[in-house]
Design a protein around this ligand. Sequence first.
Ligand SMILES: Nc1ncnc2c1ncn2[C@@H]1O[C@H](COP(=O)(O)OP(=O)(O)OP(=O)(O)O)[C@@H](O)[C@H]1O
Length: 633
Amino acid sequence: MITLRGTANRRYLAALWMEEVVGPLHLSVEPSEEEFGRCLRNGISLCKLVNSVQPGSVSRVVESCSSSPADGALSAYQYFENVRNFLVAVEDLSIPTFDASDLEEASFGGGSVARVVDCILGLKLYHEWKGRGGQGQWKHSSKQKSLLTLSLEEGEKCSSLTKSRSFSGKSGRKRCNQSPALLSNTIRSLLSQKQPDEIPMVVEFMLQKIMEDYRRRFYAQNLQLKKDLKNAWHKTKQDVLAMRRDWNLEVAHLESHIKGLAAAASGYQKVLLENRKLYNEVQDLKGNIRVYCRVRPLLSGDLSRRTTVEFIGENGDVMISNPKRQGKDACRTFKFNKVFSTSASQEQVFLDTQPLIRSVLDGYNVCIFAYGQTGSGKTYTMSGPSNATEDLWGVNYRALNDLFYISQSRRNVCKYDIGVQMIRNSCHQNGLNVPNAIMLAVTSTVDVLELMKSGEKNRAIGATALNERSSRSHSVLTIHVQGKDLVTGTILRGCLHLIDLAGSERVNKSEATGDRLKEAQHINKSLSALGDVISALSQKNGHVPYRNSKLTQLLQDSLGGQAKTLMFVHINPDADSFGETMSTLKFAERVASIELGAARSNKETGELQDLKEQVSSKKRNFSALTTVLVCRS
Ligand SMILES: Nc1ncnc2c1ncn2[C@@H]1O[C@H](COP(=O)(O)OP(=O)(O)OP(=O)(O)O)[C@@H](O)[C@H]1O
């Protein structure tokens, strides 16, 4: 008698075998009757099964499978076609068949698939018979069926023994030791009940069953593994998706943060520019002398190779640190209109100077002078290095170039005459000889270059301990511009002084002696006269001592008048020059505080000229009249 458990085992066996031959069927390891019926209902797997056992048994398998209600007709058609063809095929092989309705009922949970299972296991026996070399017509005898049944029941016993071995936990380990003996006892008792001719077949079936059992468990484990893997993959995918979501949120957050920062930075930049503009406007109104500071890069000859320039701000701050001190007291910050770092190009420096220079063409007097210790880069800024190519040209050449360019572009409205005066002083000339300096008319930058080259040759140059090429003279290039407005007849007179002062260092530091000492003392005298003038101006003293040196006499108009004045203060960043750097910057700080009053343009309108003309003609008439009267009397 086949037990309930035996029936189920037969179904599992049938499912397992089908899985092996035509899988995957996506059945669970121990499918219920309903699950099994539903899986086989469309007959596709059954047809494939019989075709793989007996190729060509079902010539056409209807493969399309759809479960949508709209395709109900098609499903029914598949069911009839495939199941019918399968049943015909297994009948031809003399294998017990079943009714098509068995599958149908079971799939709806109302019937049994026992006959279907019998049929499949019959097909299995046939397959194994063929596998053993079976020839001719297969006979599905009741003996074979009983052997199968027997083997299943006996196999069940065996498999329960193997199960207890395989799945034993702690307690199972005891049984595990007993199992071989138990297994052999069970087998022996089973075999003792059989006829001798049945024994080989029973043994074969039992071994087969054990193998199948193992295979089933292997399959179950495989399925479980797949399921676990699928779950793990699913979870990992969810985690990755969640991470991606978080990451995207973070990136979006960062993006908006960066945008905010960029907006704030550009706002800050705008405010900074605006502040500078306003600051310059206020200074223009007050007539302050503008001060630009330029830091020379460290050169190979600089002894300490350490810089005193701690920080350069965008708003004109420069912080200098004392190399001999530490901490807060070691630093001092100076504020100017602009600070050019060591990387500033000649063009950048000129661009900030250009508006001032252009105002000469509108009738303003402009004075630009370079101040700083020897070797700090004054000549570099004003003229550029010797034999400079155009990109290294200093303010002098660029200024003239610009003036010629603008005067040319305005030629239809204004006629300009430009002349230059080059003045140099040294101690031998005893100061600046202003009246004797010849004024030369120039029409292009080339003219000026030629002029400067010849002037350069005459420059007094001598070597001191500080700098081999230390110049001990002030050099003044004055550009006079006269423009006549072609429409109104207004005359504009502007004058641009470009002054490269001698080195500002203290005499004792230059270690000069004899004539050189005299020269240094002389230069120091004119520079200290400049200092006195600056000091008087910054304190708004009634008396300003311009007459103490030729230099201050020359600068009188620019420092005290209505001129626009710019001082380039140069510093050598080498730690060795800290003392000179500090006194240079303190001097520049005082210069920056001078208020000259708003600059005024030198304009003579046509009306004024007419009036002047009338006055002089009246004067002429008056003197002629006086002469006549004198003669008569
Ligand atoms: N901004 C700079 N970039 C590169 N080199 C520079 C810079 N400024 C100055 N130098 C170099 O430093 C050296 C000294 O510069 P410069 O002759 O201009 O100094 P100076 O102050 O005019 O000296 P002096 O008082 O003797 O005339 C030169 O070799 C010059 O080429």
